[in-house]
Design a protein around this ligand. Structure first.
Ligand SMILES: Cc1cc2nc3c(=O)[nH]c(=O)nc-3n(C[C@H](O)[C@H](O)[C@H](O)COP(=O)(O)OP(=O)(O)OC[C@H]3O[C@@H](n4cnc5c(N)ncnc54)[C@H](O)[C@@H]3O)c2cc1C
Length: 496
């Protein structure tokens, strides 16, 4: 009989924490998940306002197709019958000053479409996608619970990965493509990670791009939060416990070994293994004493950069959007030079005419709005330090800028508004504890991506990470992967 209260204690009920918890509970371990919010799901939650439903953050996800990562998790937990996905085709429309690109899931048609617009670059376009595809296959072949990094065999087993692991997307494009506009068009999905091609790791970009081409892009039918709620339900059915409204304020450590947690209410629980699903800086510089960490680890951690965040305006409006918006997800670029905008963001500024996103969730989920009504989600990339206070004036300015832009596609938009709500990087930070409202954990620079991402096994014995601050990175399918890999690692350690 163990003298611990639980086998596993997980701090945070984001999708990464719940995936890890449900899989370990399925293996018979006694699991406790402690969540500071009233609801589980972290970034993946929803809210209602005046009869309209809005998904807070996550709008669309990959890997829901048969055999995809999320499908496999639901299958393994026998939850497939309890959730439905709606496929988005095209996944998104990208509007540039002089053209519109619709991104369908079929890669060959996409290559043909781009080649017809840039006939001289046909070979380069093919080669770009061939490199993405080959890199993605190498990544997929990496054994999940192996510590990816066996330095002796790594180079020969994963030659392409080895060649490109320190490079950016731009490095590849500069070798294969001449036309700068085409380079931008081939980079559009790097905005899913809030980075320009000059900064994003090629390895990260290949996974992002190919996972969507292999399986398409989906929404959950109903609300996004159905997914984490199902994971919680399963975890409880399997004997696990979920405590909500309880902030963890301390990870209990003796020597360099974690053995429990303390909540804000002063209650302590002990566990054989502690898993943090919350912000990595909070974990290492708030929940434990920095003094127990090796100085090299700590100085690396303090030099790492989180991804940018979003300002989001949620609108409930009168009328349908079928005619104005044939596509659910639209991204509008005011320029082909993506770097200019990100350079401004890194100086905590916004361009006078920044790019923006215009999503119409009720086109996919009509029940988000009543009869004859619709929902819209308008957003901009923003850094946390764009404003110190994020007060009403700042928010009003941003929402008005978004409305003005969206009105070019949806006439009379202002007159049609029934309800309006918003969210800033500060809201996201408050909601999730993710530092600076980071949307995707560490930004996917080459030095923070793939094998360089923060290891799930930490310098503190029996303390592990799951979620978007460890590998593979941000986004729902990636944090599901992280939950699976961390659960395997812990299972191997406890059963070995
Ligand atoms: C605005 C926005 C839009 C996005 N859009 C998409 C999208 O369309 N598609 C996509 O795939 N991804 C999207 N993402 C990214 C995706 O939502 C995240 O990468 C993913 O949800 C992170 O999951 P996680 O489990 O790592 O952590 P989180 O979702 O951050 O969950 C962490 C949990 O830990 C809890 N917690 C933190 N500290 C404590 C504590 N001390 N004690 C107890 N509990 C604590 C938090 O309350 C939270 O519930 C978006 C993110 C944002 C912010």
């Amino acid at each position: 009989m163990s003298h611990f209260d639980f086998d596993i204690i997980i701090i945070g009920a984001g999708v990464g924490g719940l995936t890890c918890g449900a899989l370990l509970a399925q293996r018979g371990l006694k699991v406790l998940v402690v969540e500071k919010n009233r609801k589980v799901g972290g970034c993946c939650t929803s809210f209602r306002r005046k009869g309209f439903t809005f998904d807070v953050s996550v709008q669309s996800i990959g890997e829901c197709h048969r055999g995809g990562r999320i499908w496999r998790l639901l299958d393994r937990l026998e939850l497939l019958k309890e959730i439905q996905f709606v496929r988005l085709e095209p996944a998104r429309e990208y509007h540039f000053p002089d053209r519109k690109i619709s991104q369908y899931s079929d890669l060959d048609s996409h290559i043909d479409h781009l080649s017809s617009q840039f006939p001289k670059e046909f070979k380069g376009i093919r080669e770009v996608y061939s490199t993405f595809g080959r890199l993605f296959r190498e990544i997929m072949e990496m054994p999940p619970s192996l510590d990816w990094f066996d330095t002796k065999t790594f180079r020969s087993r994963y030659p392409l990965y080895y060649r490109w692991k320190d490079k950016t997307l731009q490095d590849l494009l500069d070798q294969l493509i001449v036309d700068p506009k085409l380079k931008t068009i081939l980079s559009v999905r790097s905005s899913y990670a809030l980075m320009p091609p000059q900064w994003i790791s090629l390895v990260a970009m290949s996974s992002l791009e190919m996972s969507y081409f292999e399986g398409g892009v989906y929404c959950v039918k109903g609300r996004m939060e159905t997914f984490p709620r199902l994971l919680m339900k399963k975890l409880i059915q399997l004997g696990g416990q979920v405590l909500t409204n309880q902030q963890v304020t301390r990870i209990l450590v003796e020597g360099r070994k974690a053995f429990g947690i303390r909540t804000g209410k002063g209650v302590e629980y002990t566990g054989r293994v502690i898993v943090s699903n919350c912000d990595a800086t909070l974990t290492f510089c708030g929940l434990v004493d920095e003094g127990v960490l090796p100085s090299r680890f700590l100085s690396r951690l303090k030099g790492m950069k989180p991804s940018f965040s979003y300002y989001i305006s949620y609108l409930g409006i009168e009328g349908s959007l079928d005619e104005e918006l044939p596509c659910t997800n639209n991204e509008i670029f005011s320029d082909y030079d993506l770097l200019v905008e990100y350079d401004a963001l890194s100086k905590n500024q916004l361009l006078s005419n920044p790019s923006f996103y215009l999503l119409a969730p009720s086109l996919v989920n009509p029940d988000h709005a009543g009869e004859g009504l619709s929902t819209l989600c308008l957003s901009l990339k923003v850094p946390f330090a764009y404003s110190r206070t994020w007060d009403d004036d700042v928010r009003k300015d941003l929402s008005q800028r978004l409305l003005e832009k969206a009105s070019r596609m949806i006439p009379n938009l202002r007159d049609r508004i029934v309800v309006m709500a918003d969210s800033t990087p500060m809201t996201i930070e408050r909601m999730t504890n993710n530092r600076w409202g980071s949307a995707y954990g560490w930004a996917q620079y080459p030095r923070q991506a793939g094998i360089y991402r923060l290891n799930r096994a930490t310098p503190i014995e029996d303390l592990y990470l799951t979620g978007h601050w460890t590998s593979p990175g941000g986004g729902i399918s990636a944090v599901v992967a992280s939950g699976e890999i961390t659960s395997d690692l812990i299972w191997n350690r406890l059963s070995g």
